[in-house]
Design a protein around this ligand. Structure first.
Ligand code: TYD
Length: 142
């Protein structure tokens, strides 16, 4: 099928200033990513075998970065799925609204940083997969 929501989720190759003293990467809202950054949060000290995510967002845009270590991100727009392995600090995964995501396979010491387009709002979450898929189908029919 063409123009799937999941196709909007792509890897952003962020600027990388290489330097013998250590590399530097920066991210500017509306420049490298299609939203203004209102919130930053990060997952760390993740025990082996743990899974995070397991939800969708109605309107939130996010950029997910493996600041250290690696993990897998499973994306699902209610119809198609794809998995992306994150293991570079200068790659971000842009996740648009209406995507169910799960994150697993965290390496030891992994840090997952998320830049978000809005403040935390539980009302923006889908916590129930069947409700998410139901709303995706309604959107397709209407
Ligand atoms: P959740 O989004 O379910 O975590 P993840 O998707 O990373 O597995 O959030 C876990 C808990 O943290 C939940 O009780 C809500 C709270 N929380 C905040 O208070 N502020 C935030 O910015 C985020 C992301 C979560």
């Amino acid at each position: 099928m063409e123009n799937r929501v999941i196709d909007k989720c792509n890897i952003v190759d962020l600027p990388k200033i290489t330097d013998p003293r250590g590399n530097l990467t920066f991210i500017e809202g509306q420049n490298h990513i299609p939203f203004d950054i209102r919130r930053v949060y990060y997952l760390y000290d993740v025990p082996g075998g743990a899974e995070r995510g397991g939800h969708g967002h109605k309107e939130l845009h996010q950029l997910i970065i493996a600041m250290s270590g690696s993990f897998d991100i499973h994306l699902d727009d209610g119809i198609e799925k794809k998995t992306i392995h994150m293991n570079r600090s200068h790659y971000g995964l842009y996740v648009c609204p209406m995507i169910w995501r799960e994150i697993d396979n965290f390496s030891s010491g992994a840090v997952c940083m998320v830049l978000a387009s809005d403040y935390y709002d539980e009302a923006d979450y889908y916590r129930d997969y069947s409700q998410f898929v139901g709303d995706v189908r309604k959107g397709i029919v209407e």
